[in-house]
Design a binder for this molecule. Structure first.
Ligand SMILES: [Zn+2]
Ligand SMILES: [Zn+2]
Length: 807
């Protein structure tokens, strides 16, 4: 490859940045602060995946632009180093996880530096470093002190091959998320974290931040708030027991004609009659083998009658009690009142088992299907003639008066199972004493270090490998001095990542997790980008920890992230997921060796709209390669290596100003909107215009170099220097334009969906097709007609029309 000597140039500028401390963030600088954050990587043995740099480059571009706009930018990096893959590798290869982690971090560090990210490396953190996890343990003790952690014997998901308990969210499609192996339910004493205590605030405070709408929505759905009522049903012949249900439709109580318990419900054993016992037990055993997903999503209705009857408190009628696996013991109360007239799932169940269906709300035809809408109450005693909303209020009041229950808010969110029976995690800093119970390790004894063990293999008794080290387990009780035992469970890998963004702010502090004044300067994070797959786990967990630490007076903001965005995945060529078994994994090292870091970065930004999935394409990267080569040749004479003779010191390029100004405007705005691909397209347009000219003003070229510098920083530092500029480009002001000269700035474009005009949108005149297409697809009036459909084809006619075909 002839042309620009990227290997030499990239090394040169990486050295310069390091020597110059170009990327250092300064605490308390009088400049406005900007904290941008990417999800720190797990240092796996495979090294960096091409998916990582998509997010890192995107935020690096913003970080670099902000610096040029006069901000004091914090763009930190670290490693989320505890976790199973490292531990499994250590077990297999008989190398200590500490060693494995060290090696992997060296590789990651090299690769991240190779790509020229403007991280402040002085603030690097590693969650498996005792100086770091001391504070993770300290936070756990705070939870303990405030009563937000407790031990519970609950059925957990047990992975038969990893031999650990899994959180519900780690079981995907009924199998272990990590190894794909089978999962069964087992009872185990677990440390729990009471995230449910923050459920309402985790919803409410979303109003105070700017999260991508789909992210906020997913969190709200995951927390799953519902308003309804608790109702107690008496059981015929069992005076000491009651069946408690939670329903969002207490207004339909008169229509409850049967009840259903989860097969695991405590009362199943108590109320089942002798005649029914055998079939019930058989059903319970079968349900145990199914995953929650299989149970709730199966179309086939199964269930058995327990032989027992409950009493509907409104009608005093005896109604049969069934068990069915579509009712989960972990949701609500594990029991439901079935109203087949007005709940479709209950209706289907009643039809399948020939149970009575009763109409209590008029307006539908319950012979055909359940009627779930509003209407007037009928066959409902004191509710007759009322509409649903009023009936709910009346019923709740009646339930309260009768001592049968009343209005209640429930959440789907469960408390967080915070124990793992594995080695490579933070030891939970609790001591258990026969006399004193659970006692926190005194703060001055933190960190509780992970002890050396012979092997890290989990035990199939379900105990952590730490349990085998007697002299570590046995200790003195900090309260009474008597013999006591250390907790041998470790924390889940989500612990360290729940607060790392706080540590970046003051990563070397050994007195507090971070200095309150420095936290006040930097927090909240201004922009946090990460994967959609972290929306309901890491993102929710870290918001929870932040709120808790805020309540403890440790951090200054109740919300850690002011803005949250997300990027699409990068797939292999042809649209398949990259995997070793498919042999389609693209290694960043190879790409950089062939093309250099700048082309790699620009390509990842050009690959498609940032928030959408994109496929790797060799052809696509060649296109960017040509673009970068042309930039180089515009400025540097290939034969002599001197500045191109086309460059003109004095001329002012009047004719190019409109397109130059439009380019400044588009690049400026599109970086802020994370529309990187169209920002690059616009620079391509400018470059084409410049190539049409015999002479080009140096000033114009310098502006282009500055605009491109966040994308291709090494190349642009070099060109900037060759053009007579003082390094670094980061100390230059971001280019400005004269809005007066943006004539005919925008144009109205008609948008058709399947041939019908559905909207009109304003776009910049001569915008490239991709920009116009995106704007059309994002238009809310257009989305009304495209939602839930497949976009078959989009045709753009410049400055006039977008035609969308959907199926
Ligand atoms: Zn597993
Ligand atoms: Zn004691």
């Amino acid at each position: 490859m002839s042309g620009y000597p990227f290997a030499e140039i990239e090394k040169k500028w990486q050295k310069f940045w390091e020597r110059d401390n170009t990327f250092r963030a300064e605490d308390f600088s009088p400049k406005p602060k900007y904290y941008c954050l990417i999800e720190f990587p797990y240092p796996s043995g495979d090294g960096l995946h091409v998916g990582h740099p998509r997010s890192y480059t995107a935020l690096d571009i913003i970080a670099r632009k902000r610096r040029m706009e006069g901000y004091n930018v914090l763009y930190p990096i670290g490693f989320d180093a505890f976790g199973l893959p490292t531990e499994n590798y250590a077990i297999k290869n008989k190398i200590h996880p500490i060693e494995v982690t060290k090696r992997n971090v060296v590789t990651f560090r090299r690769q991240l530096k190779m790509l020229g990210f403007s991280f402040d490396w002085d603030r690097e953190v590693n969650t498996s470093d005792p100086a770091y996890y001391k504070w993770t343990q300290w936070i756990f003790l705070k939870f303990f002190e405030k009563g937000l952690t407790y031990k519970a014997n609950i059925p957990i998901n047990w992975c038969l091959s990893c031999k650990i308990g899994l959180a519900n969210e780690e079981v995907v499609d009924g199998v272990c998320e990590r190894c794909g192996g089978p999962v069964e339910k087992r009872n185990k004493e677990q440390w729990m974290l009471k995230i449910t205590a923050y459920a309402q605030r985790l919803i409410d405070d979303l109003d105070s931040v700017h999260f991508l709408e789909k992210i906020a929505k997913q969190q709200i759905n995951w927390i799953g708030r519902s308003e309804g009522a608790l109702i107690d049903f008496a059981i015929d012949g069992h005076e000491r027991h009651k069946i408690r249900v939670f329903t969002t439709r207490p207004d339909t109580l008169f229509g409850a004609t049967y009840m259903v318990l989860a097969p695991e419900h405590d009362l199943v054993d108590v109320i089942t009659t002798d005649v029914q016992r055998e079939v019930v037990e058989e059903y319970v055993n079968r349900a145990r083998l199914k995953s929650d997903m299989e149970r709730t999503e199966s179309r086939e209705k199964t269930g058995v009658f327990t032989g027992a009857y409950a009493v509907n408190p409104a009608t005093q009628e005896k109604i049969p009690v069934w068990i069915a696996d579509y009712v989960l013991v972990s949701y609500g109360t594990g029991a439901i009142m079935a109203v087949p007239g007005h709940d479709q799932r209950d209706w289907e169940f009643a039809k399948a088992f020939d149970l009575p269906i009763k109409e209590v709300i008029s307006g539908g035809d319950i012979a055909k299907e359940a009627y779930e809408g509003d209407g007037l109450l009928v066959n409902s005693g004191f509710l007759n003639g009322k509409h649903v909303p009023e009936a709910i209020v009346t019923m709740n009041a009646w339930l309260e008066e009768e001592g049968l229950g009343g209005a209640e808010v429930e959440y789907k969110l469960r408390d967080w199972v915070f124990s793992r029976q594995r080695y490579w995690g933070e030891p939970i800093p609790i001591i258990s004493c026969e006399k004193c119970g659970f006692v926190p390790v005194p703060e001055e004894q933190l960190p509780v270090l992970l002890p050396e063990v012979e092997n890290y293999e989990p035990t199939d008794t379900g105990e952590s490998p730490l349990a085998k080290i007697d002299d570590w387990v046995s200790t003195d009780c900090p309260v009474c001095g008597g013999p006591a035992k250390r907790e041998t469970d470790t924390m889940p890998n989500w612990a360290g990542s729940s607060w790392y963004f706080l540590r970046y702010v003051d990563s070397k502090n050994d007195q507090v997790l971070a200095d309150p004044e420095i936290l006040r300067y930097w927090m909240p994070v201004d922009l946090y980008n990460g994967g959609m797959e972290h929306t309901t786990l890491h993102l929710l967990y870290s918001r929870f920890w932040s709120k808790f630490l805020y309540d403890c007076g440790v951090v200054p903001t109740a919300e850690p992230y002011a803005r949250r965005t997300s990027h699409g995945m990068i797939l292999g060529e042809g649209g398949e997921k990259m995997s070793k078994s498919r042999g389609n994994v693209v290694n960043p090292d190879d790409v950089v060796a062939q093309y250099g870091a700048d082309i790699f970065r620009c390509y990842e930004m050009f690959i498609g709209p940032f928030d959408q999935t994109a496929s790797w394409s060799t052809q696509g990267i060649e296109g960017i390669h040509r673009f970068i080569q042309r930039i180089w040749r515009l400025i540097v004479d290939e034969d002599t290596g001197a500045l191109s003779s086309k460059l003109d010191e004095n001329s002012s390029d009047r004719d190019i100003l409109p397109v130059l100004y439009r380019t400044i405007k588009v690049v400026t705005e599109h970086i802020d909107q994370m529309r990187y691909n169209t920002a690059i397209s616009q620079m391509m347009i400018l470059l084409n215009e410049l190539y049409k000219k015999d002479r080009v003003a140096k000033g114009t070229v310098k502006t282009l170099v500055l605009l491109l510098s966040p994308f291709a920083p090494h190349l642009c530092e070099e060109l900037w220097e060759r053009l007579g500029g003082e390094p670094s480009t980061l100390s230059q002001a971001w280019p400005q334009y004269d809005p007066e000269l943006l004539v005919d700035e925008t144009v109205t474009i008609v948008v058709q969906v399947n041939g019908k005009v559905r909207s009109r949108i304003e776009v910049d005149t001569d915008s490239d097709d991709e920009t116009v297409k995106q704007a059309a697809l994002e238009d809310s009036r257009v989305q009304k007609y495209t939602q839930g459909k497949t976009i078959a084809k989009v045709v753009v006619i410049k400055n006039k029309l977008v035609s969308i075909a959907v199926r």
